[in-house]
Design a protein around this ligand. Structure first.
Ligand SMILES: Nc1ncnc2c1ncn2[C@@H]1O[C@H](COP(=O)(O)OP(=O)(O)OP(=O)(O)O)[C@@H](O)[C@H]1O
Ligand SMILES: [Mg+2]
Length: 492
């Protein structure tokens, strides 16, 4: 990535002028300064990519400026200009964050090499920043309820520190969003943000993902590979769904949290890292500790600063703002114009229990945008198709969305909330309140069957479209049609 703007700071006019001339020939825009104060004035007015800085200057030491510039994640890279006699001080500057140094008198060839190196380094930094921001999920936390206001205050305070944070809450409440916000608000925001999804890996893979491995340490380890803790050095690591880590690895993780040290798989060199740790969980980790599935010492190491992401049903005031924000995003994404929600549709959204929380709300609105008639406010007809009536009895902490329409329900048994009996033959417990417009109590299978029928009615029996509406594959839909014997009844 080619640089645009460079500062040359040196009190010797000859050096200043010759560097300026040579850099201009290479089409860089160059500003010169003979004192630290002049360079600071330039930095306050514009953004520069690189700075050549002499060490001894009339109004101070170039290293003082170097320290200030290195603290700014958007500041220029610094190359120290030094005489033969003071190479030691140049080396000291490197320790303080200088990119490189040149010794006077310097040839253009040397400067060329440094410029090339600095340009590729700067590009790497930018790419890294880009991916870190992507990982941190750029969207902002929407909502103004007292619970979210309190959350924002907490986030601001704890982000400023290096404290380990444990974000807990039900599925879809925004735990990852909170983790991303913590990273963005923290002094480490210009540094790497590395995420590990602990729920998505086998135990062996997880160990090598965390700590890396040496070449040949296991079959298939053809190259040495740095683990995520190493990649996150000086930055932040997000251990997503930490409750899924098996006990054996918990012991290893504990050591990193305590000592910030580990060895790669198959290696014996101890690697030290400086990382800020954020973990998320949808499990009640205290309960996991009591039941022997999670180490108590690890829990306390993680729970230095606990943050709870509140479920949507406890902050219903946020629903209109969230719904309108998602409507705007989705209409833009799908290129349709929908002016808003009808009054009834908004009432329906606010009244709903949202067991899948904000994610469920977001998905519902996306599907509704696809279905709604362009130009008209989104109404209850399109929404109703995607909003099952949930019994309040289905909530327990933590809650997973009722797995209607999920492709593969792989949540461990204890994560699935107490749902009505799956067998239509078994009578529903009389104490459960109605969960259907008809005022009756319906089993999960009956609700699912109704839903599939609604979708098939809506699409005139077209299975591909119905499957797309229901967000399941046509194969799954076909299986469900067979399961509920809907073929004869509803399919033309
Ligand atoms: N307050 C909010 N404002 C805007 N968007 C939100 C908010 N909370 C959640 N979301 C959105 O909802 C979706 C789910 O959020 P996220 O992935 O952070 O939840 P989670 O708690 O980590 O879920 P899971 O437990 O399923 O991993 C994301 O698309 C996120 O951007
Ligand atoms: Mg998550």
């Amino acid at each position: 990535m080619a640089f645009e703007k460079i500062i040359v700071l040196d009190d010797e006019m000859i050096i200043r002028k010759s560097l300026e001339q040579q850099l201009r020939k290479k089409h860089y825009s160059v500003a010169t300064a003979s004192k630290i104060s002049e360079a600071e004035a330039l930095l306050s007015k514009d953004q520069f990519d690189l700075m050549f800085v002499d060490v001894r200057l009339p109004d101070g030491d170039g290293t003082e400026l170097l320290e200030r510039v290195s603290e700014d994640p958007n500041g220029p890279l610094v190359v120290i200009i030094t005489g033969y006699g003071s190479i030691e001080s140049a080396v000291e500057c490197m320790r303080k964050g200088a990119f490189d140094y040149i010794v006077k008198p310097c040839s253009m060839d040397e400067i060329d090499v440094i410029l090339k190196k600095a340009e590729s380094y700067s590009q790497l930094l930018k790419v890294n920043q880009y991916f870190s921001n992507e990982q941190a999920n750029g969207s902002e936390i929407v909502g103004n309820s007292p619970k979210l206001k309190h959350l924002r205050t907490l986030l601001k305070k704890v982000a400023a520190t290096d404290a380990t944070v444990l974000v807990s809450g039900e599925n879809g409440t925004g735990k990852e969003l909170i983790a991303g916000e913590l990273y963005r608000l923290s002094p480490r925001s210009g540094k790497p943000f590395i995420k590990v999804n602990c729920a998505a890996m086998s135990e062996t893979l997880m160990e090598s993902e965390f700590f890396g491995h040496e070449k040949g340490s296991f079959t298939g380890a053809a190259q040495r590979r740095e683990g995520r803790f190493e990649l996150a050095h000086n930055g932040t690591i997000l251990l997503d769904e930490i409750g899924e880590i098996p006990l054996r690895l918990q012991a290893k993780l504990l050591r990193v949290l305590q000592e910030r040290e580990f060895e790669r798989v198959g290696g014996n060199r101890t690697i030290s890292v400086d990382v800020r740790v954020i973990a998320t969980t949808n499990r009640d980790l205290m309960k996991e500790v009591r039941e022997g599935r999670f180490r108590e010492d690890l829990f306390y190491r993680l729970n230095v600063f606990p943050i709870v992401s509140p479920p949507l049903r406890e902050r219903k005031e946020d629903i209109p703002l969230l719904a309108n924000t998602f409507l705007e995003r989705m209409t833009r994404r799908h290129g349709v114009k929908i002016p808003g929600f009808s009054k009834e549709a908004m009432e329906m959204l606010v009244a709903h229990q949202w067991p899948g929380n904000v994610r469920e709300l977001q998905n519902t609105i996306e599907r509704c945008v696809i279905l709604a008639e362009p130009g008209k406010p989104a109404g209850t007809d399109a929404l109703g198709l995607f909003m099952p009536v949930h019994s309040s009895a289905t909530f327990s902490q933590p809650v997973s969305p009722i797995p209607i329409f999920s492709e593969a329900v792989e949540a461990p048994e204890e994560d699935i909330p107490a749902a009505p009996s799956a067998s239509p033959a078994e009578a529903a417990p009389p104490s459960l309140p109605s969960n259907d417009d008809s005022g009756e109590f319906k089993t999960l299978d009956e609700l699912e069957k109704d839903y599939i029928m609604k979708a098939l009615d809506f699409t005139g029996g077209k299975r591909v479209e119905a499957a797309a509406l229901l967000n399941i594959s046509t194969r799954t839909l076909r299986n469900k049609i067979n399961q509920y014997r809907l073929d004869g009844e509803y399919i033309p």
